[in-house]
Each structure stands twice: as C-alpha cells, then as structure tokens.
Design a binder for this molecule. Structure first.
Ligand code: HSE
Length: 323
C-alpha cells in the first residue's frame, strides 16, 4: 500500500473523486543511439484520458481511436494500479487518441503514462515517479511484450529522459534541447509492430560498434549540456543497434536519410520503433521544407505519409479542465 493510503476509507460520493482529465504528450524514443534509454516528449500530439471512479471493483476502458477493454494499454496500467494500491476500487477510463497509433511516436506510452498519472491523482495515492513508471510500463508490456521505460518516462515527465536504471539512477529528466523536430508520420498495418521490430534486434554487439554507439550517446548528452543543435543532430543520426535492421521495415529509408541530410537536416533517424522518421533542424521553415520533400518522395513511390514540425515538450502529463 503506497503513501499510507487506505482504500476502504474512500467515500466515492466525495466530489474530490468525481473525475480527472489529463493530457499526455507523444514522444520520440531512442533518439538514434539511445535504444531503450533515451526519449524526448514532443509538442502538438497528445492523448487525453478521463478517469472516473466506479462503486464496484472493476475496470472499464473505452477508447476513441484505439481498441477498448483489455486490449488497450490503459487496461493493463489500471489493473496494476488498482490491484496494488486500491483493490476494492473500480474505474472507468476513457481514452481519446491524439497520438497516431502504430507510428513510432509513443502512442501506447502516452496512454499508459496518462492512466498512471490520472489514477494517482484520482485516488490521492502520492506514488513516486518510480511507482508511476512501474505501473505505466505494464501498458508497454501488453502492447510490445517488453517493459521499455523510454516512452512512458518521456510522456510522464516531459523533456528529455534518460533511463538510468542500470546505473541505479532511476529516471533522469533533462530540459529538452532547443531544436525543431520534423516528423514524417507513417503508420504500420503490422499487428504487434513494436514486438516485431524488437525481435529483429541483434543479440550481441561487437566492441567497435559498442564504442561508436556509446560515443554517440555521450555526444548527444554533451550536445544537450552545450545546447548545441548541430552536435545533437549528428549524434542522433548514429545507431548501430536498431537502425541497421529496422530500416528494412521503412520504405525508402536510405533515400529519405540521404535526402534529408543533403538538404541540410542536422540529424535524421527512426522515431522509436518506426515507421515514422524524424529530422533535427535549428530553423523551423527549413525543417518544414525538408519533411515536405520527404513526404513527396514517399508519395511519388506510392507510400502515404504526413509531415509535422514540432518542438520538444518541456511538460509531461498534466491535468486539464477540458479539451
Ligand atoms: N525503445 C523502444 C524500441 C521504443 O525501440 O523498441 C518503442 O516505442
């Protein structure tokens, strides 16, 4: 039981338990070399989640733009939260998808972080960030079969997150870099897309690649520290783990990357598990021009995609009144 909370003491007729509405940002996981350890929350694409208590102990999940019930990441998160912290409680969760699904923009992570945060607020649980992440990651496990913390942490906390669990650091949030992100949004029809994209990954990495990969992660973090978008972009473009195998799932990947970098993008890589890709730029207009060109290249080859230019989001999940 967290925070000295006693579920049987809850009076559901108390107006404080009426409902909580939150919004939760999309995120770009991995950022090139930071597989499973780095992610960045972004502005402009949000899920909204409403939670309302039920008098009987059951979980109801409705969703606009995603499957309802047990197939929704929201269900796994609510189940974890209620079974652990409030076993006699019930809840109705309504999810409105604003983050495109199966695109590599942290859609399940945004919903999962939102549900953990909203239930913590609804029942006054006072859970720690770690406890909220442990709940939210159950949504990722449901969807991909893996407990990767990157997207849920970025959606929950905003900014750029470092998953420091291997160093005993929990999750670290840094202020986001000063850069524009141009995103070419593509959506996969593949069921279990993230699980499939993870199954392609190499089990081992040779020493030279390990050195190059860790050098790129270190450079990326130095770029944040120095607020250097050029270095940030260069570091983002490096990946010896996921990009070499996952690019096969993304139409025209090599051509997209070459075009983006030739046209002046500071960096380019796969967003999360893909298939969306992103560029880094220090000029918004240029970022818009380049991603439009990438979308045209795809469309000339029969692939439908959309472009979107945004900036990092300093904020993570937050309570909103409406809309
Ligand atoms: N780090 C995860 C992966 C993010 O690349 O599989 C998935 O959204």
């Amino acid at each position: 039981m967290g925070g000295g909370y006693a579920p049987n003491d809850i009076d559901l007729s108390d107006p404080v338990y009426e409902k909580i509405l939150v919004k939760s940002p999309a995120s770009i996981a991995n950022l090139g070399p930071g597989f499973d350890i780095l992610a960045l929350a972004i502005e402009g694409l949000y899920d909204k989640v409403l939670v309302k208590p039920l008098k009987e102990p059951r979980i109801v999940v409705n969703a606009d733009g995603a499957p309802p019930g047990r197939d929704n990441s929201a269900y796994a998160v609510a189940e974890h939260m209620l079974s652990r912290y409030c076993p006699n409680c019930g809840v109705v969760v309504h999810v409105w998808k604003g983050v495109p699904v199966s695109a590599g923009l942290g859609s399940s992570g945004a919903t999962s972080a939102a549900v953990a945060y909203a239930l913590n607020e609804l029942y006054g649980l006072n859970l720690t960030t770690e406890e909220l992440l442990e709940a939210a990651v159950e949504g990722e496990h449901l969807v991909s079969g893996a407990r990767h913390y990157d997207n849920v942490a970025a959606s929950l906390l905003g900014g750029l997150v470092i998953i420091g669990r291997h160093a005993g650091l929990g999750v670290l949030r840094l202020d986001p870099p000063d850069a524009w992100l141009g995103i070419v949004i593509m959506q996969s029809n593949e069921r279990g897309k993230t699980g499939l994209a993870r199954s392609l990954l190499p089990r081992d990495l040779d020493l030279q690649r390990h050195i190059a990969q860790t050098s790129a992660v270190a450079s990326l973090l130095a770029a944040i520290h120095l607020n250097d978008p050029v270095l940030f972009g260069r570091a983002v473009s490096v990946d010896y783990v996921a990009e070499p195998v996952r690019k096969a799932m993304i139409p025209l990947y090599d051509e997209l990357k070459a075009t983006a970098l030739r046209e002046g993008a500071l960096g380019f890589n796969i967003s999360g598990a893909g298939p969306s890709v992103f560029i880094v730029h220090n000029d918004r207009g240029e970022a818009e021009r380049i991603v439009r060109e990438l979308v045209q290249l795809l469309s000339a080859n029969g692939v439908s995609a959309e472009s979107f230019v945004t900036s990092p989001s300093a904020e993570g999940v937050k309570v909103i009144d409406s809309d």
